[in-house]
Design a protein around this ligand. Structure first.
Ligand SMILES: Cc1ncc(COP(=O)(O)O)c(C=O)c1O
Length: 380
């Protein structure tokens, strides 16, 4: 079976893990700090705004705490996005407000978001679908006008850029995922960007038990300078969601290979685009209409067809695994929301199929996927 997503972990990652094992310091330490620095550097950003964590979901839940979501707030998010966003809003007692996404890019737009803005809107979550940047400037202008925080779910948008600035660093907060399916995988892991440096401090505290930071070193503990170093203070209830040296060591080796991974994905994307655009019955991933400078992580390639379910079954029977991301959240009872005029999300849900795109795919595999899709539509 050809996988839809696949990480690439090898001998160099094993060597890096062994080095950490040998050091006898497997918890949070130098490797983690190095990873935060290296990651920020890859994004052409300043590491002082970055905090690592255990998953993107952890960062999403943290957003609700940092921006103090509460019962009086409405939070806008695209229905086609990741379930942990809606869960975090429910847990904060704020109200979920779903917005639609554009049919061509599967990204929300300023126009679609603006329909839902009220005096209660506190924040908007933006998911860069498949790593293709949202047209951010009009959304920024809209949100600034209404004093709305912008949180970018950049889980799949590692090294995606919008007008030269990294996705995830465009708004007030950005979060990336390094889970098992991601291009840069540390097996599990996440990274957070916060524009406000005060919030960086608060994030570090909340991610480590609520312990205040050491004033001098910034290391997460309150025992510095105390003769009884086992004593501590807790300022706010906190979690324990910090990255460890083993995970970070994988991240550091993965970063060395990331550009190669992204280049391979781009080649596969372009191959699919060129080959599949000749099939008249389908829409395919296309960002030709983007009138701004951008770079993508090429995380998804999608096809839209009225025969989506049949195509998925045909490909599966022929050894190619496909899926649809993301099942619209407004269809989930738990996330019940009042405003449900989400025609584009409904259309996307009925017609879209994500086909395999990852850096391990061979030329022969992508050729066979294209042949199978062409055969399906030619009735062979
Ligand atoms: C768009 C998006 N957001 C958030 C997440 C959650 O990431 P994690 O698995 O690191 O919690 C994912 C995971 O697939 C995702 O695709």
């Amino acid at each position: 079976m050809i996988n839809i997503f696949e990480p690439s972990l090898g001998d160099d990652d094993l060597k890096a893990i062994k080095k950490v094992f040998d050091s006898k310091w497997i918890g949070k330490g130098d490797e983690v700090r190095l990873f935060e620095n290296n990651f920020a550097e890859h994004l052409l950003s300043n590491s002082k705004n970055f905090v690592s964590t255990t998953s993107c979901t952890e960062g999403i839940f943290l957003a609700a705490k940092l921006f103090n979501f509460n019962i009086n707030d409405e939070i806008i998010l695209p229905s086609i996005s990741f379930p942990s966003i809606a869960s975090s809003i429910i847990e904060s007692n704020a109200t979920i407000v779903f917005c639609d996404v554009d049919r061509k890019t599967l990204n929300p737009t300023a126009e679609l978001i603006s329909k839902h803005i009220t005096s209660k809107t506190k924040a908007v979550f933006l998911t860069h679908y498949g790593g293709f940047p949202i047209d951010f400037d009009p959304i920024k202008e809209l949100c600034e006008k209404h004093n709305i925080k912008i949180i970018e779910d950049s889980a799949c948008a590692v090294k995606s850029f919008y007008k030269g600035k990294a996705c995830g660093t465009l708004g007030d907060m950005g979060i990336w995922s390094f889970d098992a399916m991601k291009t840069l995988s540390t097996i599990d892991g996440g990274m957070i960007y916060l524009k406000d440096e005060e919030l960086v401090k608060k994030a570090k505290m909340l991610l480590y038990l609520g312990l205040p930071l050491k004033a001098k070193s910034g290391i997460d503990s309150s025992s510095e300078g105390n003769n009884k170093w086992w004593e501590f203070d807790i300022i706010e209830p906190g979690r324990r969601a910090i990255m460890n040296n083993v995970t970070a060591a994988i991240g550091n080796t993965q970063l060395l290979k990331l550009d190669n991974y992204l280049n391979r994905r781009k080649d596969i994307f372009n191959y699919y685009y060129n080959e599949l655009s000749e099939i008249n019955e389908i829409n395919i991933s296309s960002y030709d209409n983007y009138n701004f400078e951008f770079d993508s992580s090429y995380y998804f390639f999608w096809i839209q067809t009225s025969k989506r379910n049949e195509l998925a079954k045909f490909l599966k029977n022929n050894g190619v695994y496909t899926t649809f991301r993301y099942y619209p959240l407004h269809k989930i009872k738990l996330f019940n929301s009042k405003f449900l005029d989400l025609k584009n999300s409904e259309f996307i849900n009925d017609s879209t199929l994500n086909i395999p795109i990852h850096h391990n795919l061979t030329d022969r595999e992508i050729e066979s996927i294209v042949i199978l899709i062409k055969n399906f539509f030619n009735g062979n």
